[in-house]
Unconditional design. Structure first.
Length: 616
C-alpha cells in the first residue's frame, strides 16, 4: 500500500514538474509576448513521419537552447505551447519561427484541429501573408494548443538560433512596415539587379533576332537562371513579401538553378571561343562536364521534388549540396582559366565578366561563413555582393556580344564581297572571254589586202590576245581557285609563279612552315581571302612603282600572332613627304577589317617593307 501511494505521489510530482506552462492573456495584458520559448515544449520525431494525432500522445520536454545541440539538419521537430484567452474579445495573433525550411502549424481545441497553416522557405504554398509568420485566432474565454512541425534551416541551426515569437497581428504588420523602411536600400539593390537582368534578357533576344547566333542563345540560358537566383535571394532575405506565393519554390531549387547556370556558361564559352576548332581537347572536356551537370540536374531535381513531397530534409543532403556547389564553381572556373590561352577580340570582356561574378559569389560565401552580427547593415548582407558581381558580369557579357555582333556583320560583309567577286570572276572568265574569243574568230575571217592592213590586222589580234590574258588574270586574281580549294599557302605559291613570269622583279616566298602550322588550319576563309588580296595589291605596287629587282613575301607565326612581310629592294620613298595613295589606303582598310595592324617602313634607295600583324 505504501509502495502504491509512493508511486502515485511520484507521478503527480513528475506531472506537475513537466506540466506545460500556458500563455495567458488577461483583460489588460499586452498581446505582444515576443520570444515565447520558455512556454514551449519540444519533441524530436526520429521517424520523420508522425502525424498530429500520433504526436499528441508523445511526451514533450521543456524547450531549452541547448536542445539545438542534439538536432541535426535532417531531424523533424515538433513544438507545442498553450494559449488561454481570458479577454472578452477574440484575439488575433501571429506566430513567427524565423526562416525555416518547413513550418506546419495546427491550432487544436478539444483534440480537434480548428485551423492549420503551412509556411517555410520550401513550402509549396501557404495561406498567410508571409511564408514565416503564421496567423492564429482565439475566441473569448477560450483556450487552445498550438503544434508546430519544423524542419530547420541550416543557417539558423548551425548558429544555434531559434526564436519562437508571438505578436498581435497589428504589431506584426507594424514590424513588417518597419522592416520595409530599414530594408529599402536592399530592396532597391534587388530591384535594380532584376531590372538590369531583364534588360539583358531583352537585349539578348534582340541580338539573337538580328544575328541568329547560338552563342546569344546560350547567353540567354545564363541570364534566366541568374534572374531566378536573384529573385530567390530577394524572397529569402527581405522580411516583407514582394513576390507571389509560388516564388518561395525557388528556394529548394537553388542548386538546380546553379546547374542550369553552369550549363549555360559552358555552352556560352564553348560557342563564343569556338572551342570545337580552336581548342578541341578543351571542347571535349567541356562536353564531359556538360554531361555531368545534366545528370546532376536530373538527380537533384528529382530529389528536390521528393523533399517537397515528404516535407523532410535528408541527413547528408547539405554535405552533398555543398560539395556539388564547390565542384561546379571549380570546374567552370578551370574552363575559364583555360580560355586565357585563346585569343579573340572579345575574350577580355568574357574573362572580366566571369571574374567579377566569381568574386561576388566568393565574398558572399565568405561572409556567410563568418557573419555573427545579425543586426541589419547593408554591406553585411552577403547577397549584395552577389548582385554587384552579377550586374558587372552582365555588363561585360553584353559588351562581348556587341563586339561579336560587329564581327558577325564584318564576316557577313566579307562573305558578300567574296560571293560578289566570285560572280564577277565567273562572268569575266565565262562571258567576257567567250565574247573576246568570238571576236577573234570573226577577225580571223578577214583577209587583209595590203601590207598596212596586214600590220594593223596582226596588231588587233595581239591586242585581242592581251585582252584575253588580262581578263583571265583579273578573274583569277579576284578569287583564285587555289585559295578556295587548297588554302592561302597554295594561292600564294601560285601567285609568285605568275608574278615571276615577268622579267623585271623576281619574287620569293618563304612560309616558314606555315602550311603545317595549326594557325593555318584554323584560319577563317574571309581572313585568308583578305590576306591574299592585301599581298596581291602590295606585289602589284612593287611591279608598278618600286623599280625593284628582288622582292620577298614571308609569313611567320609566333604565339598567337601571324606576321606577313612584303619587302623589296627598290627605290623606296620618304614617308614624311609622300602622301598615301588610294591603293595603300584600301590596303589599310582591308587590314583593319580583319583586326590586323599594318605598318610601312621605307627609306629612299633602301627599299620598302610592309608588314601586317594579325592576332589569331
Amino acid at each position: 500500500m505504501k509502495v502504491i501511494l509512493f508511486c502515485t505521489l511520484w507521478m503527480m510530482i513528475v506531472e506537475v514538474s513537466f506540466s506545460q506552462k500556458s500563455i495567458v492573456f488577461a483583460e489588460d495584458d499586452n498581446l505582444d509576448k515576443g520570444d515565447i520559448s520558455q512556454y514551449s515544449e519540444v519533441y524530436k520525431d526520429k521517424t520523420k513521419s508522425l502525424t498530429l494525432e500520433a504526436i499528441q500522445t508523445k511526451i514533450f520536454t521543456p524547450f531549452k537552447k541547448n536542445i539545438l545541440d542534439t538536432i541535426s539538419y535532417s531531424d523533424v521537430c515538433w513544438l507545442k505551447f498553450k494559449i488561454i484567452n481570458k479577454k472578452v474579445d477574440t484575439i488575433h495573433l501571429t506566430v513567427n519561427l524565423q526562416k525555416q525550411f518547413f513550418l506546419d502549424l495546427y491550432q487544436v481545441r478539444l483534440n480537434k484541429v480548428i485551423r492549420s497553416e503551412k509556411g517555410g522557405g520550401f513550402s509549396q504554398s501557404f495561406t498567410s501573408s508571409s511564408a514565416y509568420s503564421l496567423p492564429i485566432s482565439i475566441l473569448p474565454q477560450d483556450s487552445c494548443q498550438i503544434f508546430i512541425r519544423v524542419v530547420f534551416d541550416t543557417f539558423h541551426l548551425q548558429h544555434k538560433l531559434l526564436f519562437l515569437k508571438l505578436f498581435s497581428t497589428k504589431t506584426a504588420i507594424l514590424l513588417k512596415n518597419e522592416a520595409f523602411s530599414n530594408q529599402i536600400p536592399l530592396f532597391l539593390m534587388y530591384f535594380l539587379t532584376i531590372c538590369f537582368l531583364l534588360f539583358g534578357l531583352f537585349y539578348g533576344f534582340l541580338q539573337f533576332y538580328s544575328y541568329q547566333d547560338k552563342a546569344i542563345l546560350y547567353y540567354l540560358i545564363v541570364i534566366i537562371p541568374s534572374l531566378l537566383i536573384v529573385l530567390r535571394v530577394a524572397e529569402l532575405n527581405l522580411d516583407f513579401k514582394i513576390l507571389p506565393n509560388s516564388m518561395p519554390l525557388l528556394h529548394p531549387f537553388q542548386l538546380t538553378l546553379e546547374l542550369v547556370l553552369a550549363c549555360g556558361y559552358l555552352l556560352f564559352f564553348s560557342t563564343m571561343f569556338d572551342l570545337r576548332t580552336q581548342k578541341p581537347r578543351l571542347y571535349q572536356i567541356s562536353r564531359i562536364l556538360l554531361a555531368i551537370y545534366i545528370l546532376l540536374f536530373i538527380g537533384f531535381t528529382f530529389g528536390t521534388f521528393l523533399v517537397l513531397h515528404q516535407r523532410i530534409v535528408f541527413r547528408h543532403s547539405f554535405s552533398v549540396l555543398g560539395a556539388t556547389t564547390i565542384f561546379i564553381l571549380l570546374s567552370t572556373t578551370g574552363i575559364v582559366l583555360s580560355l586565357l590561352k585563346t585569343s579573340n577580340s572579345y575574350k577580355k570582356y568574357i574573362i572580366y565578366g566571369y571574374f567579377f561574378m566569381f568574386l561576388g559569389y566568393a565574398i558572399m560565401f565568405f561572409i556567410n561563413r563568418i557573419r555573427y552580427d545579425f543586426s541589419y547593415n547593408f554591406w553585411n548582407i552577403p547577397s549584395v555582393y552577389m548582385c554587384i558581381g552579377t550586374t558587372i558580369e552582365l555588363l561585360f557579357f553584353m559588351l562581348a556580344l556587341s563586339q561579336k555582333g560587329r564581327f558577325l556583320e564584318k564576316e557577313a560583309l566579307m562573305k558578300g564581297q567574296i560571293n560578289e567577286r566570285q560572280r564577277v570572276a565567273s562572268e569575266l572568265h565565262n562571258n567576257v572571254n567567250s565574247i573576246l574569243a568570238s571576236v577573234k574568230v570573226s577577225l580571223q575571217t578577214i583577209q587583209p589586202q595590203t601590207d598596212k592592213e596586214n600590220k594593223m590586222y596582226e596588231n588587233v589580234l595581239k591586242m585581242m590576245d592581251n585582252a584575253t590574258r588580262e581578263v583571265r588574270k583579273i578573274s583569277h586574281n579576284m578569287l583564285p581557285v587555289e585559295l578556295e580549294k587548297e588554302g592561302l599557302e597554295h594561292a600564294l605559291q601560285a601567285l609568285v609563279i605568275r608574278l615571276n613570269l615577268g622579267k623585271q622583279t623576281q619574287f620569293e616566298l618563304n612560309l616558314n612552315g606555315f602550311e603545317q602550322n595549326t594557325t593555318r588550319r584554323k584560319m577563317d576563309a574571309a581572313i585568308a581571302f583578305n590576306l591574299y588580296t592585301i599581298c596581291l595589291e602590295l606585289c602589284q605596287n612593287i611591279q608598278k612603282h618600286a623599280e625593284a629587282t628582288q622582292a620577298q613575301i614571308e609569313i611567320q607565326t609566333t604565339g598567337n600572332q601571324l606576321i606577313m612581310f612584303v619587302s623589296d629592294n627598290g627605290k623606296g620613298f620618304d614617308k614624311n613627304k609622300v602622301i598615301e595613295g588610294m591603293g595603300l589606303k584600301n590596303i589599310r582598310h582591308r587590314a583593319k577589317s580583319i583586326g590586323a595592324d599594318l605598318r610601312v617602313q621605307s627609306e629612299i634607295s633602301e627599299g620598302t617593307t610592309v608588314y601586317l600583324i594579325l592576332k589569331t
